[in-house]
Design a protein around this ligand. Structure first.
Ligand code: AKG
Ligand code: FE2
Length: 398
């Protein structure tokens, strides 16, 4: 079948040092800003190298992530199983210790720990039966989420310090590194569109962002057949820009904007950060910048091994994702330069708080007030969830 667009296989890469270096001229910075603009228009994702977050800070965050053990009851990792994030030390804590830091009943209003397979994202499903269907099996990951340190309306739940000394400080510091980078990339977008300085940034002045640590444990790769179980279901992010830091294990896939339904693996760029557009920024830019559907499965290498061996086990994967979010009171209306008579506004103006409320209703339908009790001994353990998935995978849904 012929197509006017080449298949999407590569996320463009941009050297961000050329934007942040003080020695660079306006024209030099504009050149970088234009490259980012182009990538977000065509792919919705861009890799930034030399992004300015000190490697030591990424390593420290990853360092908490340092033993090679995975959830012990499943599968032993192979000796060659190297990854630079290795395994979050946090995720190796005993289940009960992690539960102390739980998000109350999946509340979108709290930071904290979510157990394996507790949560599923849903894409474009707004009626109750579709949501119920999509939610039934959880995605095969466990996560820890952190909102802006000191944000009272979205309190964070931390593990007790003796359980993981330094965890809280490290994660909070990393939050602020990411926040700084987010503001720099927003500045680049202002330059690309010729907007007044801080036009986008001033609507992010409250820094109501979110940091998510993710652990995708090893599992029999064939169980990750996307018809039965996912590591992270296909979705778009909600906010403006997300920053994704990955270990050395691939698995992220993005939908080819020119071939809907076809997902392309994203290769790892060591030291690079992936930046992608959330739905709010797509809306704000009148769809100039694409919010591309993405998902996480087994890496291409693991998939290949599973072709030959039905019992092959895929490598564990770790990632850290920072979700840039505008201030809740901000109104999002098409940006200057993104619409005119020939390209009229596609969306009505929306308040950020209302939009987020609508999307979290889909993600966390059973709990809106956020004040529910912490999980109790009746909360399924990771082991129970895992066994459930094994069972369900032998009788696929549908
Ligand atoms: O783990 C990843 O690489 C991506 C996760 C993701 O897309 C998300 O948390 O929204
Ligand atoms: Fe995402």
């Amino acid at each position: 079948m012929s197509t006017s667009h080449p298949p999407l296989s590569v996320v463009p890469m941009v050297n961000f040092a050329e934007f942040t270096a003080k020695s660079y001229s306006y024209l030099g910075r504009k050149h970088v800003a234009d490259q980012i603009d182009q990538a977000l228009r065509q792919v919705g994702f861009v890799y930034l190298v030399n992004h300015g977050i000190p490697q030591q800070a990424v390593n420290e965050c990853a360092e908490l992530v340092s033993s090679m053990r995975i959830l012990p009851s499943y599968h032993a990792p192979s000796a060659s199983n190297s990854c630079n994030f290795q395994s979050f030390r946090f995720f190796h804590l005993p289940h009960e210790t992690k539960l102390v830091a739980s998000r109350p009943q999946r509340s979108s209003l709290h930071g904290g720990y979510s157990c394996l397979a507790e949560k599923t994202v849903s894409q474009n499903a707004f009626d109750e039966s579709a949501i119920a269907y999509l939610r039934e099996p959880g995605d095969f990951n466990e996560s820890f989420e952190c909102f802006r340190p000191g944000e009272n309306s979205q309190p964070n739940n931390w593990p007790v310090d003796q359980a993981r000394p330094g965890f809280r400080k490290c994660i909070e510091d990393f939050f602020w590194h990411c926040s700084l980078l987010l503001h720099q990339v927003l500045t680049a977008l202002e330059v690309a569109l010729g907007l007044p300085i801080k036009y986008l940034r001033h609507l992010h002045s409250q820094n109501n962002h979110q940091l998510r640590l993710l652990h995708y444990p090893s599992i029999r790769t064939r169980l990750l057949d996307l018809a039965t179980w996912n590591r992270f279901s296909a979705h778009c992010d909600v906010g403006t820009l997300s920053l994704i830091f990955q270990d050395l294990v691939e698995g992220l896939e993005i939908e080819d904007p020119h071939a809907p339904g076809q997902f392309r693996p994203v290769p790892i760029v060591p030291g690079g950060v992936l930046v992608n557009v959330g739905r709010l920024l797509a809306r704000w830019s009148n769809d100039r910048w694409k919010s591309t559907v993405h998902r996480v499965g087994a890496s291409p290498e693991d998939k290949e091994r599973a072709e030959a061996d039905a019992n092959a086990i895929c490598k564990p994967r770790f990632s850290v994702v920072f979700f840039g979010t505008p201030d809740r009171e901000a109104s999002i209306d098409a940006l200057p330069g993104c619409w005119d008579d020939t390209n009229p506004k596609r969306y009505t103006e929306v308040k950020v708080g209302d939009y987020i409320q609508m999307t979290t209703t889909v993600l966390y339908p059973e709990k809106q007030s956020g004040d529910g009790p912490a999980p109790t001994s009746t909360t399924p353990t990771n082991d129970e969830n895992y066994r459930y998935i094994e069972q369900r995978a032998s009788s696929p849904r549908g």
